[in-house]
Design a protein around this ligand. Structure first.
Ligand code: ADP
Ligand code: MG
Length: 139
């Protein structure tokens, strides 16, 4: 069983899409094993997205991620990382497949409703960024 980190981003919460997104996650067979709501501070958002620090969109991304509360969760399944990336759809909703979260709920390439880890190493780091081992339940 693999773990991956999901964030339902501030745009999705603001627009009332938390419930439908969690529903899509459950229907896809990805088990929620930890979940919390928080309003990221700038240092927290900058730390989370540190790999993008040199990208031109970095400060705008941090503004967006700190613009309201988000919901972070840990998903567990066989191939959870790949399956959640597929369910999310492409970073740019204009390129996202039908039936994906971003196709349904993302506004643009920045305000794109959800985050999902992209590899086992990043999943481990990202889960540990928000949760302690004791926060994860057995299901
Ligand atoms: P993903 O979230 O699909 O893994 P990236 O890791 O490349 O995408 O980028 C992280 C986040 O930065 C994206 O989800 C999106 O919110 C934002 N982002 C990525 N590319 C751009 C861009 N060209 N312009 C504005 N924001 C962007
Ligand atoms: Mg990424």
């Amino acid at each position: 069983m693999e773990l991956t980190l999901s964030i339902v981003k501030p745009d999705a919460l603001r627009n009332g899409h938390l419930g439908p997104i969690l529903g899509m996650i459950e229907e896809a067979g990805l088990k929620l094993v930890a979940l919390r709501m928080l309003h990221l501070t700038r240092p927290q958002a900058e730390g989370f997205y540190a790999v993008h620090r040199e990208r031109p969109f970095f400060s705008s991304l941090v503004d967006f991620m700190t613009s309201g509360p988000c919901v972070v969760s840990v998903l567990q399944a066989d191939d959870a990382i790949g399956r959640y990336r597929k369910l999310m759809g492409a970073t740019d909703p204009a390129q996202a497949d039908e039936g994906t979260i971003r196709k349904r709920f993302a506004s643009d390439i920045e305000k794109n409703a959800v985050h999902g880890s992209d590899a086992p190493e990043t999943a481990r780091t990202e889960v540990a960024y928000f949760f302690r081992e004791l926060d994860l339940v057995e299901r």
